[in-house]
Write a protein that binds this ligand. Structure first.
Ligand code: LLP
Length: 424
């Protein structure tokens, strides 16, 4: 469910016609829908009741301030993976008491910052990190609440590069080490070990993998409790997948999320434990599009390249994960309109800068607008200035209003960060 639809033959974001944004802000541009963000967050919370107080939105999916503020207003927490993300979440009004900090490579400075900020929980991923954190917190006279991230040795996800729970992946402590490290943490001065965490991957559409991993996690909780440890929290990570293709058999929406919630409740039944969730894509994915303008059409004997002004630096998912994004023209296709197969490509100087090949679209002209759909998660947040292209602007729509929540980077900003060395 999203709020990008045709009205009078023109694609709108909620009540705003997309050409109006293209004219005012230029292209390429990310456009987000508040109503979609709000709906997804609420549906997710409803599905995981009564644990909805522990929904930590994964900031990495989309860390735009307007997006974070929209979710903060609904009471969302934040799952963060860097000092920058913690700062961004705080700036958006998410209180420290609702922030968790994950990641395999937290630096000493980042751990100190998180402890000083008084965040809710640090998800510790290795013995080295455990020791460093305890030292840092104890030196400050603090005991930081932590959970231990366990690698459940069951990976899942839409692509090998976004699977995290496999034994071969770098995340978390190994299953066999979990109990020893929990016991060790329980006796360390700077940490207060509250429980466990797991995250098996992203774009997970096979709930059987979740079931297997969560059952394993339940087993560890029970075993630790038998040994006399208090285990109060179980953070189940994020990863719930969304449909990128209209013909995709997997649907997300209330039904799928309710099924996820039911499964979680069933597995946690009788455990008397606080569950935590770190959804990213399922909240932001369908809430955003990348709008781009056709620059040229280069037709060869065997194919037509639709050259657009967005590139892989703006949306890297197709190049990086062979990801599919639906492409919609901003002007609605008439029923009798001629359809043409296009390779949709960007201006970047490498062949990987291809959004799709052989896609059926209405016959295009230079100047036409198209959108890459489901780009609200891992779109702008993964963008770069490759080819010295300015970071793409972001716009948040609410009803018939919109705001530029991140303007296009200026050339002064782009170049101004560099410094000339003294010898030149
Ligand atoms: N929690 C942890 C510990 C994570 O590593 C992630 C995502 C999440 C939560 C949120 O997962 P989500 O609900 O969004 O699936 N760039 C890739 C996705 C990378 C996901 C990394 N970790 C993509 O564009 O598909």
């Amino acid at each position: 469910m999203h709020h990008f639809d045709y009205q009078n033959g023109v694609l709108h974001a909620e009540g705003v016609p997309l050409p109006a944004i293209a004219d005012a802000v230029g292209t390429p541009v990310y456009v987000y829908s508040s109503a979609t963000l709000e709906r997804h967050y609420k549906v997710f919370c409803e599905a995981v009741k009564p644990h909805q107080d522990h929904v930590f939105y994964a900031v990495k999916a989309n860390g735009n301030l307007g997006v974070l503020m929209t979710l903060a207003k609904l009471g969302a927490g934040a799952d963060t993976v860097s000092e920058g993300e913690i700062r961004k979440a705080l700036a958006a009004g998410i209180p420290a008491s609702r922030i968790v900090f994950s990641g395999v490579g937290k630096t000493g400075e980042e751990l100190a910052f998180a402890v000083d900020a008084g965040i809710y929980q640090i998800n510790v991923e290795s013995e080295g990190e455990l020791e460093a954190l305890s030292r840092i917190a104890a030196a400050r006279g603090r005991r930081q609440a932590i959970v231990l991230r366990v690698n459940p040795e069951i990976g899942a996800g839409g692509h090998a590069k976004i699977t995290t729970g496999d034994a071969a992946n770098k995340f978390g402590v190994s299953f066999s080490e979990a109990e020893r490290l929990y016991a060790k943490a329980a006796n360390m001065p700077g940490v207060s070990v509250k429980g466990l965490a797991a995250h098996i991957g992203s774009q997970v559409t096979e709930f059987s993998a979740y079931r297997a991993a969560f059952l394993k996690m339940r087993g560890v909780v029970e075993s630790l409790r038998r040994q006399g440890h208090a285990v109060e929290r179980l953070d189940l990570g994020g990863g719930v997948g969304i449909p990128y293709e209209m013909s995709y058999p997997y649907r997300h929406g209330t039904e799928t999320l309710n099924a996820y919630g039911d499964m979680v409740r069933e597995i946690a039944a009788g455990l008397d434990i606080e569950l935590g969730f770190e959804p990213g894509r399922v909240i932001a994915g369908n809430a955003g599009i990348l709008m781009t303008r056709v620059l040229y059409i280069n037709t060869r004997a065997d194919r037509s390249f639709l050259i657009v002004d967005a590139g892989m630096n703006d949306l890297v998912r197709p190049a990086m994960y062979e990801a599919w994004h639906e492409i919609w023209p901003v002007r609605q296709v008439a029923p009798d309109q001629e359809l043409v197969r296009y390779d949709v490509v960007g201006p970047i100087c490498e062949t990987g800068d291809t959004f799709t090949t052989g896609r059926l679209l209405p016959k295009m002209q230079p100047g036409d607008l198209i959108v890459l759909k489901t780009a609200g998660a891992y779109g702008a947040s993964m963008s770069s200035t490759y080819n010295q292209r300015r970071l793409v602007p972001e716009v948040l729509v609410k009803g018939t209003e919109y705001a530029v929540t991140r303007p296009r980077q200026t050339f002064e900003e782009l170049i101004g960060l560099d410094r000339a060395p003294s010898w030149l």
